[in-house]
Design a protein around this ligand. Structure first.
Ligand SMILES: [Mg+2]
Length: 286
């Protein structure tokens, strides 16, 4: 029987190139493919641990001098199809990457910048505007998390709209304990919320929004629509976006670090991603 999906796969010149490597092509191979047909690709980057090195606290990060210029050049050469997909607030990303015009999604799919409205908005929490975000966070959940953060010296609590983030990078030994305590709080008080672990961080996020919903919405808009999506990220939350990119015929490329550490990651760290971007720009300029 004719199967349209099989037909599409066999017609796809990229689909069978990496049958044994679900993570996709090597970074260098991918750069050559993009340089050959830039209008076929859209690039999506996580920020912390992917574009910039992770610091002791989120406020201490700095972007290397060349990064903003290299990203701006890449945006130009890919017809604008370069986005960030981050758990941070986009205002912070704009400050870190200034003066580049940031396009993409922040707060795990709750915020968007430079992305046209589509009919397919993120469900539930994603459809609630910033003015109503405060109403999403259950008071008893906030109280419990504040008490937890105060009970363990060195924990840092951050509220990003309706998202609660607990950072434990300064005391990594408490990670499992914090995650377990937050899971209990979530079970008792977290109606409509889920827990997402990351690199020295645990986040409580409204259901219905993720980096997967973020990238799906961006992918539906110009100039991203119709291009093969390449998502590059270093953390657990990026896996939702990898899945969406792969389902659309694209790739999710991992960056080595505390989360991805098998030794076969396409990128060895944020510095490797940055040098890859610089090399890709050089290839696109030829
Ligand atoms: Mg990251």
């Amino acid at each position: 029987m004719f199967d349209i999906r099989q037909s599409r796969i066999s017609d796809d010149p990229l689909a069978n190139l990496w049958p044994d490597h679900p993570a996709g092509p090597s970074a260098d191979h991918l750069a050559r493919l993009i340089a050959a047909t830039p209008a076929d690709f859209a690039l999506y980057f996580d920020v912390d641990g992917t574009l910039i090195d992770i610091a002791e606290t989120p406020e201490q990060v700095t972007a290397p001098a060349d990064l903003a210029g290299d990203l701006a050049a890449l945006q130009r050469r890919l017809g604008g199809a370069v986005a960030v997909v981050t758990g941070r607030r986009l205002a912070e990303v704009e400050a870190i990457l200034a003066p580049i015009r940031v396009i993409g999604s922040g707060m795990h799919g709750l915020e968007f910048l430079g992305v046209a409205e589509t009919r397919h908005q993120a469900a539930s929490a994603g459809a609630v505007g910033p003015e109503a975000w405060g109403t999403l966070l259950p008071r008893s959940l906030v109280d419990g998390v504040v008490r937890l953060a105060a009970s363990i010296p060195g924990l840092r609590l951050e509220q990003k709209g309706p998202i609660l983030t607990v950072h434990y990078r300064e005391i990594p030994s408490v990670g499992a304990r914090v995650e377990a305590a937050l899971a209990v709080l979530l079970a008792d008080h977290g109606d409509g919320y889920h827990l997402k672990t990351g690199r020295a961080v645990v986040e409580l996020i409204p259901n219905g929004t993720s980096k997967g919903t973020a990238i799906a919405r961006i992918m539906a808009t110009a100039p991203f629509a119709g291009r093969r999506p390449i998502m590059i990220g270093d953390d657990h939350a990026d896996e939702d976006a990898f899945a969406v990119a792969r389902a659309a015929g694209g790739f999710g490329l991992t960056v080595a670090g505390e989360h991805f550490n098998r030794g076969d990651e396409p990128f060895r760290g944020a510095a490797h991603v940055r040098s890859w971007i610089a090399g890709l720009n050089a290839g696109l300029a030829q």
